[in-house]
Design a protein around this ligand. Structure first.
Ligand code: PMV
Length: 350
């Protein structure tokens, strides 16, 4: 696209975050951001990023990027955005033809230790593909292209495009699945596993000692890597059945096992490291104890950090909220937890 075809345009999208049930951990060699194993996540539509992009034809040889988070200029984010735009330029050539002013905000506190990259890169990819103007907004082709682009920013971001659940990574049990982009979970979810919510218990709000990028890299020379990739395939195939049949007890077992496998991989890499904190374990123990006593339908999961995602059936909402407030809050940093239901995909704001 020549520069003269471009005029100033503005677009705003809201993109949800997601929480993986089967975890993406490790990249395939020889590609850009291709997953070593398939993953599935629930879309968390109450925890989102909202991004406005103002694009104007670039004035110089190189694109000028200005990035604002919550209204404050953040030049430190700009190199990452340049890399992202460079990566997606083979798919969206216009991406490097603009000067961009990017204004982003999250509806959860920045620095709460919640990975904001999935929602953030998801929202940015939505804006860029929309601004390109080739595909009709909201069509399956549009979301597929956005998902490819979002993946090139942050792998897990590509799964945030779908209502309910998204699957990323090729696996024979999920028709249409691909390493290049995520797809909506193609089967009906059982009523028993549809009305679930997520309370994110904030244990640590600090910067992670080892980034996800470094963590993925350590899988290249990890003694258990092949076994883990095989396990993820097996777990995803089984979880797909479990989600369709509504087998809640097996759902709980698979999801908790996946969370612990993710952290076990961190603890058994060289160099080894640990992101869970004493309060993470205290919360997990209390969840197990409470579940044993009450049989409530709830499970914990973890992302690459110390915070605990407590997934629960919304029919138990009042009980679970009492449990959190009475027993889990003392283990949360600043007594903070954030709530979301599993839900809808992105929305265009203007
Ligand atoms: O998207 P990344 O590179 O930040 O990796 C995310 C990895 C996990 O959150 C730990 C798991 C997942 O599948 O989301």
């Amino acid at each position: 696209m020549s520069q003269s075809n471009l005029e100033q345009k503005t677009v705003t999208y809201r993109c949800p975050s997601n929480i993986a049930l089967v975890k993406y951990w490790g990249k395939k060699e020889g590609g850009v951001q291709l997953p070593a194993n398939p993953s599935i996540s629930w879309t968390l539509n109450d925890l989102f990023a909202e991004t406005t992009v103002i694009a104007s034809p670039k004035k110089g040889e190189n694109s000028q990027i200005e990035f604002f988070l919550d209204g404050k200029s953040k030049p430190s984010f700009e190199p990452k955005i340049h890399t992202f735009l460079q990566r997606i330029s083979s798919i969206v050539p216009a991406a490097t033809q603009w000067d961009l002013r990017i204004e982003s905000s999250n509806n959860f506190p920045h620095g709460a230790g919640i990975a904001s990259s999935a929602a953030g890169f998801g929202a940015l990819a939505l804006c860029i593909v929309d601004l390109e103007g080739i595909l009709e907004t909201g069509t399956p082709e549009f979301y597929q292209k956005v998902s490819v682009c979002a993946r090139l920013g942050s792998g897990s971001a590509c799964r945030s495009m779908f209502e309910g659940a998204g699957v990323w990574g090729e696996i024979s049990s999920i028709p249409g699945s691909s390493d290049e982009y995520a797809v909506a979970f193609p089967f009906n979810l059982s009523e028993k596993l549809t009305h679930w919510k997520d309370a994110v218990l904030i244990v640590d709000d600090g910067e992670k000692t080892v980034s996800s990028t470094q963590g993925h890299d350590l899988l290249k020379s990890h003694a258990y890597a092949q076994a883990r990739f095989g396990q993820a395939h097996k777990n995803l195939t089984e979880l797909s059945q479990v989600l369709q049949e509504g087998n809640v007890s097996r759902f709980i077992e698979l999801v908790e096992s996946e969370a612990l496998q993710l952290h076990a991989m961190m603890m058994s890499s060289i160099p080894y490291y640990m992101l869970i904190r004493p309060n993470t374990l205290a919360i997990i123990e209390l969840i197990w104890k409470k579940r044993k006593e009450t049989n409530w339908e709830m499970a914990f999961t973890l992302d690459a950090g110390a915070n605990v995602h407590l997934l629960y059936n919304s029919k138990q909402e009042a009980d679970v909220m009492n449990f959190i407030n009475a027993e889990l809050l003392p283990y949360c940093k600043n007594q903070l937890y954030l709530c979301s239901a599993m839900g809808g995909g992105p929305t265009k704001i203007n």
